[in-house]
Design a protein around this ligand. Sequence first.
Ligand code: GAR
Length: 216
Amino acid sequence: MAKARVAVLISGGGTNMAALLYAAKRPDSPYEVVLVASNNPDAEGLKLAQAEGVATFAQSHVGLKRVDHDEIMHNHITKAGAAYVVLAGYMRILSESFVEKWDGRMLNIHPSLLPKYTGLHTHQRAIDAGDSVAGCSVHLVTADLDEGPLLGQMEVAVLPNDTADSLAERVKIAEHQLYPRTLADYVSRATDPDYLTSKVREIALAQPEADEVVSH
Ligand code: GAR
């Protein structure tokens, strides 16, 4: 089956992008990375993507209206033929129109066990709250920041002497495991029997006066 074409958006180091890229090198990966794009022309991750032979694009957001910057990004993503947008440390709030265009086809990774700690400083907030477990979440992107439907989570134990940095480092290791796997499952959902059954059930139960009965 053809691989799902994915554009990864980054703003910085791009370690999640690298994890996604290397996982995509497995012959059985159901997705391929066709573009790495950034709002930061100096993002370290761009150099790595180039060295790996992946097309890159950078457009600074400075001086541009949010909606205009998003439009430029959208045009490049569609030009690359991407069917999915994968946010990997893309530190931009997205315009409503961009989110709408990619509805159901845009994923994000967030360094907390959502719905806990949306926004920034997630690791310090987990430590300050005395949490024994932190972690990361992959979710679909909707108009509300860090609030779309969850696709996967991974817990990470908080150690007694953890700082925000040491915890962030371990959470990233977990992110690198979680993101490629969750993306692969998501783009393969059309061939997943459980997903298909749930869709059939959803459609059937939406019929007037439909009810579910167990049949043997
Ligand atoms: C990751 O920890 C990711 O979860 C976080 O930024 C980091 C990017 O690291 N994203 C957010 O906080 C988004 N709300 P990376 O550039 O090394 O992948």
